[in-house]
Design a protein around this ligand. Structure first.
Ligand code: PEP
Length: 250
């Protein structure tokens, strides 16, 4: 499991004005030297360009939080994967539960976006996760399988795809999945991916955990055999917390 490089990814969501965002990115960049884990920040689209410039040559990748499935055209308000790539992004988060809930994104739409991201040369971070009601009804693994089947392109490889397991009940709530709950679902994701998309492809696919990850709980989550990093919301908005999680991955 440990030949997969940890990815510590910050999802800033709709937070950050120009100066604060640049300062935060600079503070992350200042703590990026010599790490085993790969660092990624995903700021709002308005901040991507200044943050790419502020990070300069430091080892921090930059990603978008969503993209369209077309490269250009009459889609007011949307951003294409080529536009993200053009600004210096290497990644894009897709199918976050907030996009699925507030923008009605379907699995098919997420898959189309992931294919477009791949075509543009971006790594797609495809998010899946169950609601609390689904977990209580013992539907977690079925829900995850359905989301994977519907949202992940058949041609996904470890080089162009990362999966993020984000239980909806743990996002922004302060409630974290236990390491065992996370490992159970991550193991299921890898096993399902291998069976569905091919064993060679899926052994190396990184599976991130997301949901109230903090420096204090990151160590035990990241020590699970199939947890290959974190997608971090709230704690990615403070450089010390974000780098504290990265410390746990090193
Ligand atoms: C997220 O939304 O990707 C997330 C994991 O948020 P938080 O860390 O705040 O729970």
């Amino acid at each position: 499991a440990r030949d997969r490089r940890f990815l510590i990814a910050g999802n800033w969501k709709m937070n950050g004005l120009l100066q604060d965002g640049v300062d935060l990115a600079k503070a992350v960049a200042a703590g990026s030297d010599g790490r085993k884990a790969e660092l990624l920040v995903c700021p709002p689209a308005t901040l991507i360009k200044p943050i790419v410039d502020a990070i300069g040559g430091a080892a921090v990748a930059v990603g978008g939080q969503d993209c369209h499935y077309e490269d250009s055209g009459a889609f007011t308000g949307d951003i294409s994967p080529t536009m993200l790539k053009d600004l210096g992004c290497g990644y894009v988060i897709l199918g976050h539960s907030e996009r699925r809930a507030y923008h009605g994104e379907s699995d098919a739409e997420v898959k189309a976006k992931a294919e477009a991201a791949h075509d543009a040369g971006l790594v797609a971070i495809i998010c899946v996760g169950e609601t609390e009601a689904q977990r209580d009804a013992n539907e977690t693994l079925t829900v995850i399988s359905t989301q994977l089947y519907g949202s992940v392109p058949e041609a996904a490889t470890p080089d162009n795809t990362v999966i993020a397991y984000e239980p909806v009940w743990a996002i922004g709530t302060g409630r974290t999945a236990t390491p065992e709950q996370a490992q159970d679902v991550h193991d299921h994701i890898r096993t399902y991916g291998m069976a569905t998309f091919g064993p060679d492809n899926w052994d190396g696919v990184r599976i991130l955990y997301g949901g109230s990850m903090k420096p204090g709980n990151a160590g035990e989550l990241l020590s699970q055999p199939d947890v290959d990093g974190g997608l971090i919301g709230g704690a990615s908005l403070k450089a010390d917390d974000f780098l504290g999680i990265a410390d746990a991955a090193d």
